[in-house]
Ligand binder design. Structure first.
Ligand code: NAD
Ligand code: UDP
Length: 312
């Protein structure tokens, strides 16, 4: 298949590109590198089966030739990125989603939306099944991301119902692995970098808030299964193993052998207190479940950050 991946220079988009190219597909990557980097694609650039278009997908997207699928991953994703880029985040989730859907419709292609567990906001149902409608503050600082993704899901379903476009929606839960930016501000990258540098690990709030961390290879496998074999209803993809932020910090210290201390800083506004995917739907409809434990995934990820820091 010939597949367009928006956000291809980002963390997830580049891993997805690798997997699709390895499976024999041809990928057209589209990215404006606002939070991504061409270094993530250096190994596929110039190879058969990969082309790249430097473009802001919040403006009209032109791709020549036939296209079988459009996978829309472009969006700032780390809280510090979308707090710094609020308008771009709203635009890529709304206008970018509309343009990517328009491309899929014009080409008769399947459309795939990278949505997020943030559509559940600070959830009052735990763990979160896809049937939960969420608890989001539309006007808080995180609203720029959460509401853009909720709009993107609504727009995707409208194109499915009204225009008959073949669509998929994945709700991605916290995913980590090589190619996260060392400075992207997410908890896994922050803690590993801080531990390796011997700096204090910055725990926000009391560190009792929880997240469920999925290793990138597991996530990409779920995404490919959903793209190929799923249906239009949203599907949670994430690892149900739930950890508090303090538990994550202790594990990172153990695995890096660091003697950094923990320091406690204010909790960001509207920071969800708990998060854990109910993956029943992914398991039953796609035969998918994650295989990499947090301990094993961190062990695979730490050497990447060591390499990044040694280059800096
Ligand atoms: P990332 O920041 O590493 O990648 C996003 C990519 O999109 C970057 O390369 C960026 O340059 C590009 N981009 C942003 N705006 C653009 C625009 N207007 N035009 C073209 N390119 C643009 O983030 P990521 O973690 O790889 O996230 C990828 C997708 O997955 C996002 O849509 C995000 O919302 C979603 N997601 C990720 C996670 C996670 O844990 N990593 C969780 C939930 C959802
Ligand atoms: N967090 C933290 N220290 C950091 C970065 C994040 O304690 O240096 C916390 C953050 O407040 C949240 C959790 O870790 O409760 C996950 O944050 P992240 O930015 O990775 O993603 P989120 O799940 O909030 O989108």
């Amino acid at each position: 298949m010939r597949l367009v991946v928006t956000g291809a220079a980002g963390f997830l988009g580049s891993h997805l590109t690798d997997r699709l190219v390895a499976d024999g597909h041809s990928v057209v990557g589209v990215d404006n590198c606002i939070t991504g980097t061409m270094a993530n694609l250096a190994h596929v650039e110039g190879r058969d089966g990969f082309t790249f278009i430097h473009h802001d997908v919040s403006t009209y997207i032109t791709v020549d030739g036939h296209v079988d699928g459009v996978l829309h991953f472009a969006s700032p994703a780390s809280p510090i990125d979308y707090l710094e880029l609020p308008i771009q985040t709203l635009k890529v989730g709304s206008l970018g989603t509309h343009n990517a859907l328009g491309l899929a419709k014009a080409k008769g292609a399947r459309y795939f939306l990278a949505s997020t567990s943030e559509v559940y906001g600070d959830p009052q149902v735990h763990p979160q099944p896809e049937t939960y409608w969420g608890h989001v503050n539309p006007i808080g600082p995180r609203g720029v991301y959460d509401e853009a993704k909720r709009f993107a899901e609504a727009m995707t379903m409208a194109y499915h119902r009204y225009h008959g476009v073949d669509t998929r929606i994945v709700r991605i839960f916290n995913t980590y692995g090589p190619r996260m930016r060392p400075s992207d501000g997410r908890v896994v990258s922050n803690f590993i970098v801080q531990a390796l540098r011997g700096d204090p690990l910055t725990v926000y709030g009391d560190g009792n808030q929880s997240r469920s961390f999925c290793y990138v290879d597991d996530l990409i496998d779920g995404i490919v299964r959903l793209f190929l074999h799923g249906d239009a209803e949203p599907v949670n993809v994430g690892n149900p193993g739930e950890f508090t932020v303090c538990q994550l910090a202790e594990l990172v210290l153990e695995l890096t052998g660091s003697s950094s201390e923990l320091i406690f800083e204010p909790l960001p506004v509207d920071d969800p207190k708990v998060r854990q995917p109910d993956i029943t739907r992914a398991t039953e409809t796609l035969g998918w479940e994650p295989h990499v434990s947090l301990r094993d995934g961190l062990t695979k990820t730490i050497p990447y950050f060591e390499q990044q820091l040694s280059r800096a």
